[in-house]
Design a protein around this ligand. Structure first.
Ligand code: NCD
Length: 309
């Protein structure tokens, strides 16, 4: 039995297999429509989410399975003082696989130690978000045709943004990937990412404060929201929240074939006048996410043999 806590829990080969499977599911949905008949996915969301939770639920439903769970810790036994360990012991009696989101870093890992079914980390605090990374990689690979030899700009809240941390971890395994880290000083990537991941692996990267200084060099621009819920101080958040706003005018500096990704939800960091630009792929990215999660569910349940590719 396998759990997925971090994108590195999947090898590059397994990720390739997942993305091929996701593409096949998108092309031939009928072939997979009953792959999970009788299976149950539990979604335990201790932190607000719409996209990720609904994406998991929709993924399971499209595979013919069922979904149980909660979208709000206040409607669960947490309010009665139950621990994550006990909750997962109970829920793994009712389900075949579980996706958990939690505001505390490491909570899904704790759950995995007590679970009888595979646990997927659906976002733990400011730490990791592996299924968003599957989504991001699948989007880039499908729309750019490759994951190697790309220059990617990560812009916004690089300190608290877990999607950024997971994506950096995953992308350093592909040759020729260069990072441009675009953030205010206060929201730079944590030291453990800069030193232990980028520096330690000799990955080319530069840190800049202005989006304009980076744009012309990018194959991918990955915009992120300033993570309000992780700030200790409201004033600090207000000072940071509109640090970057990508609008039509700014986009003139970008290459014609640059892709704009965003894990969503967005606040002001991408003006709505960008949405119609062919480079804006963040809503298509949502769709890739669902197919990626379908592929992951099949793989963790050992049902991916249905794909002969
Ligand atoms: C992200 C998250 O939850 O970390 N959203 C998502 O899963 N699509 C990004 C965010 O909340 O800003």
């Amino acid at each position: 039995m396998r759990h997925i806590m971090n994108p590195l829990d999947l090898s590059v080969e397994e990720l390739d297999h997942l993305m091929d499977l996701a593409t096949d599911i998108e092309r031939h949905p009928a072939k997979y429509a009953h792959a999970c008949d009788g299976k149950v996915l539990a979604t335990l969301f201790y932190e607000p989410s719409s996209r990720t939770r609904l994406s998991f639920e929709s993924a399971m439903i499209h595979l013919g399975g069922h979904v149980i769970g909660f979208a709000d810790a206040n409607s669960s036994s947490v309010t009665k003082g139950e621990t994550v360990a006990d909750t997962i012991r109970v829920v793994s009696c009712y389900s075949d696989i579980c996706a958990m989101r939690h505001p505390k870093e490491g909570a899904p890992l704790v759950a995995s130690l007590y679970s009888r079914v595979p646990v997927i980390n659906a976002g733990d605090g400011g730490h990791q978000h592996p299924t968003q990374t599957i989504t991001d990689l699948h989007t880039i690979r499908s729309m750019k045709g490759r994951l190697s030899d790309i220059t990617i700009g990560l812009c916004g809240d690089l300190k608290f943004g877990r999607t950024v941390h997971s994506l950096i971890h995953a992308l350093i395994r592909y040759p020729g990937v260069k990072f441009v880290l675009i953030s205010p000083k206060e929201l730079r990537v944590p030291d453990y990412i800069r030193d232990d991941v980028l520096e330690a692996n000799n990955i080319p990267y530069r840190e800049v404060e202005q989006l304009d200084d980076a744009m012309a060099d990018l194959d991918i621009l990955y915009m992120t929201r300033v993570q309000k819920e992780r700030f200790f101080n409201e004033e600090e958040y207000i000072r940071m929240k509109d640090a970057y706003i990508l609008d039509k005018k700014k986009l003139k500096l970008a290459p014609e074939d640059m892709l704009i990704l965003h894990p969503l939800p967005r606040n002001n960091e991408i003006a709505t006048d960008v949405d119609d630009d062919p480079r804006a792929v963040y809503f298509r990215q949502v769709q890739y996410g669902m197919y990626g999660r379908m592929a992951l569910i099949l793989m963790l349940l050992g049902l991916d043999g249905i794909y002969e590719g």
